[in-house]
Design a protein around this ligand. Structure first.
Ligand code: ZN
Ligand code: ZN
Ligand code: ZN
Length: 357
């Protein structure tokens, strides 16, 4: 039996004594829900002009660049022979360029919960005035599309109470020595004798001093950091988050959205606004449809739980080239895609796992 049993178990802080704080009725200790902002959405803006068709051309891949990309692809795979990349003869280059639409919505959301900290002399201001409502409290937003979090103690919600972990003792039993202040001597196992002789390490006491608590048997309570009292208050958590969704126009070359997610393309159009109007004038109807659908999705999804601060949309042309080549009298192909010249070659003709002639 150790002396930890003498300390009563910690209890949860009583939040019910605070009753209802106007504007915080749903706030529970241990995490409240998100709060809808009181601000209604503004009407949509007039349409943005579509991009001019002159912008469509992209620099085509030269055979040299295609070959170099293929060579570095082959050498990055240890079991690929370099022969197809070095000796293959390019027979045809076909463009499979596609569009990617990206919508980003930058939101601010607010949630509240009961919280506590060690009391360090802060005044108990609970109900000395009416607490400001969650969306009335000033928070400083970061620049748009920078994710960040801020915590604010809601004014006029603070009160002081005894620490529930240590029952206002400021101390807890030391875990290392279970509150004893000493541990059994490791040489004599606490017996005081070793091989029928007095233990010299512990002077026959069988005890070893506890260095963690300096033999006190106790340490500062972690909840109140030894202050004995806690400041209990409503904590407002403000989160700024960028929500991103992509849409890719189908290009039938076998590359997936995941293959293409990591690469960049040529930016054809970009704009941002508090609330965006869909890109209806875009020459590719699939992009216009995606813009309309995703903007609708984001408005209904993110206006529920927070406040939309800014939206940004972008259309990129992702270059994809199918490179056909001949190696050892057989025809093969690989794809080079993105500004980064990533390569995909599903049936590479010479790996050590294949039987070669
Ligand atoms: Zn100790
Ligand atoms: Zn000993
Ligand atoms: Zn405490």
């Amino acid at each position: 039996m150790n002396s930890a049993a003498m300390y009563p178990p910690p209890s949860a802080p009583p939040a019910d004594m605070f009753g209802n704080v106007p504007g915080y009725e749903g706030t529970l200790s241990g995490g409240g829900g998100y709060l809808p902002p009181p601000m209604p959405l503004e009407p949509v803006r007039p349409p943005e002009p579509g991009p001019s068709p002159d912008d469509w051309s992209i620099p085509s891949l030269s055979e040299d660049v295609a070959r170099e990309a293929f060579k570095s692809f082959a050498s990055s795979h240890c079991c690929y022979s370099k022969s197809p990349a070095n000796d293959g003869v390019i027979t045809k280059m076909e463009p499979y360029n596609t569009y990617r639409y990206r919508l980003e919505t930058f939101t601010e959301s607010r949630s509240t919960e009961w919280a506590h900290k060690p009391h360090e002399g802060e005044p108990a201001d609970f109900y000395t005035q009416t607490a400001p409502r969650p969306w009335e409290i000033q928070a400083t937003p970061p620049s748009f599309f920078t994710d960040q979090e801020q915590e604010i103690r809601v004014p006029f919600t603070s009160s002081i109470k005894d620490c529930h972990s240590c029952h206002a003792q400021g101390m807890m039993p030391c875990d290392e020595c279970h509150g004893n202040g000493y541990k059994p001597c490791w040489v004599c196992n606490g017996s005081g004798t070793k091989d029928n002789e007095n233990c010299t390490r512990c002077d026959s006491t069988g005890k070893d001093r506890c260095s963690v608590c300096d033999s006190r048997g106790s340490k500062d309570c972690e909840t109140c950091e030894g202050k004995r009292q806690l400041l209990t208050y409503i904590n407002l958590k403000v989160e700024w988050i960028t929500h991103t969704d992509d849409h890719m126009v189908e290009q039938n070359c076998g590359l997936t959205m995941d293959d293409l997610r990591s690469v960049s393309g040529k930016e054809l159009f970009k704009n941002s606004n508090y609330l965006l109007y869909p890109l209806l004038g875009f020459p590719n109807p699939d992009i216009s449809e995606a813009s309309q659908r995703l903007i609708g999705d984001h408005s209904s999804k993110y206006a529920q739980t927070g406040r939309i601060l800014q939206q940004r949309q972008k259309v990129e042309l992702i270059p994809i080239t199918k490179v056909n080549y001949k190696w050892k009298s057989d025809f093969h192909a690989y794809y080079v895609y993105g500004n980064e010249h990533e390569v995909s070659a599903e049936n590479y003709p010479a790996t050590c796992c294949c039987v070669l002639q």
